[in-house]
Design a protein around this ligand. Sequence first.
Ligand code: A2P
Length: 336
Amino acid sequence: KQFKVAVVGATGAVGETMLAILAERKFPASEVVALASERSAGGYVQFGNDEIMVRDLATFDPAGVDIALFSAGGSISKEYAPKYAAAGAVVIDNSSAFRYDDDVPLVVSEVNPEQVKNRPRGIIANPNCSTMQMLVALGPIHRKVGIERINVATYQSVSGAGRSGLEELGKQTAALLNFQEIQPERFQAQIAFNLIPHIDDFLDNGFTKEEMKLVWETRKILGDDSIQVNPTAVRVPVFYGHSEAVNVETREKITADEVRALLQTAPGVEVVDERKPGGYPTPVSHASGRDPVFVGRIRDDISHPRGVNLWIVADNIRKGAALNAVQVAELVAAEG
Ligand code: A2P
């Protein structure tokens, strides 16, 4: 069977990568429709070797669309995803609009693919980029010995904030190197040559929403509300690729050597863990533009008998967003 696929937000950082990955992986598509705002309608985006015309989401008729990949922000998803589902499409939504609804599955393709089928509303949510890469690596550990608690600090690239985030880091860097003044626009403070411990809105408990996504989504995806997560999310001046310093406390003891061996055969994971210069993943040297979640710096926690440390790096636009959405679409397509 061939599917009619719509990509909503096709001109964005994630949308353009969804199109690239659909072409790369030869998704069984009879037709691919690129949708964005009225501003971009009539322009063209790349789909494999072809250029396809962008259409206006507001006026496009969803009838006949089999699978719709949404990445145009939460408010667009809230308004249009139910309309696409009502028209018969399976919606895979990259925004946070539906992630915490009980009747919407939240799926990491390597971790809980079986949840794809539990979609009474015809909507499947794609996790937040930071949760995604963390759980590709921690899922196997949880299944083997149980995870009690996760301490995580993230180092998140500007592409997570979309195209305007990429532009702001580029412009500020160029301006500052030319001794010009800069004015923060997209980010809350200067991002070039700096870092910002603030992503998404502050909540009443003092954590940011980006941090709480790691708590809520980890529990939902692993299906275990007893898992404790203590996150700090930081924006760093990197274009592509999120990194995470993770400390895990497990229920049963597992050594760093056992974790390394476990992750060497885990789907979607590539272990890069040599104790020498360059023997660990970085966003630029390993993750940017690549599919796997890279794990290095695996070592026993010297302060806790059941603790292990890991350094987890992945391309936030690919595995963190577009790739997982396409992998979920492949699971849907495999249903026939
Ligand atoms: P457009 O380029 O027409 O504004 P990013 O996250 O990289 O900023 O991308 C956001 C994506 O969401 C873009 O493709 C953008 O299209 C799309 N988008 C934003 N607002 C709307 C809207 N009102 N209707 C449809 N698409 C929208």
